[in-house]
Unconditional design. Structure first.
Length: 372
């Protein structure tokens, strides 16, 4: 059984460094992302070992609900099948009462977090964002994880204030944490093609660092599998690693595998048909190895599917994300997104011989870990 995996010497050297706790360079990470054959399995084994050292056998998940409060958006990101113009027949914007109703339902179903994001609707104003947060906080005891850095920029522009003031204002109203979405690929050459109207890398970085500084922790994400190459993925991961070195404000990294079916750019044959399975494996494993200052790597069951997200638990991931209850972005992009229960998540975790633990947004454990 010895030497069952045939590893090339240069990959072995990089993995040895990582396993001994030495930070790997961008070039090394690029070699890992370009690896093939048995080397991919070796990278997975190393990522799994590093995960084990860092967080042990616990795999976490959260009971939460997604609320996408409007699909009206002035931007036209070319991978986005969710956005609508204000006068489209299926354009919608939820009222504060509807958002509140959904939050109360989620709370009754055991959710500890509500995740709120939407398009950039020119008919709304900054007060709407503040009202969402304050009305939920005044009626429901639940953690509010809301508004991407792009939405923060949009709200601050509508309000005529700077992003720091907007972040402080929303925090004061009850915003707890933020999703680190709108990151896509943090390389402006790629952004210019897939989302030219979105905030650029410098703005994304500035808003996230400011959020961390004023006490709003965020997640970090990466949308991969469209037009980017491993070089761009590494640039992205380096931006995240540098921010984390400075602020320690990221709670987790969530790789988001691109859903191509209904994406406008795919329909013009301008993107790949999403990532391949091997690419998914490598992105998760290399993220675990390269992002040595991140504790948590999430496998998104909604993007990867239940079966493949379970496999990621052996390729460096230690979290399966949330129950979500509803998800409109991936649904619009063409994915079947039937919901998942807490019991199903726990079964997926137990079947890889790990211990399921329900967590809150900040990764505090909400259920006792069973004794051996
Ligand atoms: S990704 Fe977000 S900002 Fe871009 S078009 Fe879609 S809803 Fe608008």
């Amino acid at each position: 059984m010895k030497n069952l995996v045939d590893i090339s010497p240069e990959i072995q050297e990089i993995l040895d460094d990582a396993l001994e706790g030495r930070r790997i360079s961008e070039n090394d990470a690029l070699r890992l992302l370009k690896a093939r054959g048995d080397d991919v399995l070796a990278i997975g084994l190393a990522a799994n070992k590093i995960r084990e050292k860092k967080v042990g056998d616990i795999v976490t998940y959260i009971v939460n609900r997604n609320i996408n409060f409007t699909n009206v958006c002035i931007n036209r990101c070319r991978f986005c099948a969710y956005r609508r113009d204000v006068d489209d027949a299926d354009a919608y914007t939820l009222s504060i009462d509807e958002i509140l109703e959904k939050t109360k339902e989620a709370k009754e179903m055991g959710a500890t977090e509500i995740c709120i994001q939407g398009g950039l609707n020119p008919k709304l104003d900054a007060e709407f964002y503040a009202d969402i947060v304050s009305s939920i906080k005044s009626e429901v005891d639940i953690s509010i994880h809301a508004f991407s850095p792009m939405e923060i920029k949009f709200a601050s522009e509508m309000n005529g204030c700077d992003v720091e003031d907007m972040l402080k204002y929303l925090k004061e109203k009850g915003l707890d944490t933020m999703p680190g979405t709108a990151a896509e690929i943090l390389d402006d050459d790629i952004r210019d093609t897939i989302c030219p109207e979105k905030i650029n890398t410098a703005w994304w970085t500035k808003i996230v660092k400011t959020a961390h500084r004023v006490g709003i922790l965020t997640t970090a994400t990466m949308l991969y599998g469209h037009i980017e190459r491993p070089e761009n993925q590494i640039k992205h991961l380096k931006v995240l690693r540098d921010i984390q070195d400075e602020t320690r404000g990221f709670t987790e990294f969530v790789p988001l595998s691109y859903v191509h079916f209904n994406a406008p750019l795919f329909q013009k044959n301008k993107t790949r048909e999403g990532a391949t399975g091997i690419e998914d494996l490598k992105v998760h494993a290399v993220a675990r190895i390269f992002l040595d200052n991140f504790k948590n790597i999430q496998a998104s069951w909604i993007k990867l599917g239940r079966k493949f997200s379970q496999v990621m638990l052996n390729f460096g991931a230690n979290d399966l994300g949330g129950t979500l209850m509803e998800e409109n972005i991936s649904l619009s992009a063409g994915l079947r997104t039937e919901m998942i229960t807490k019991n199903e998540l726990e079964r997926m975790i137990e079947e890889v011989s790990r211990t399921p633990v329900q967590r809150d947004t900040l990764y505090r454990k909400l259920a006792a870990v069973p004794m051996e």
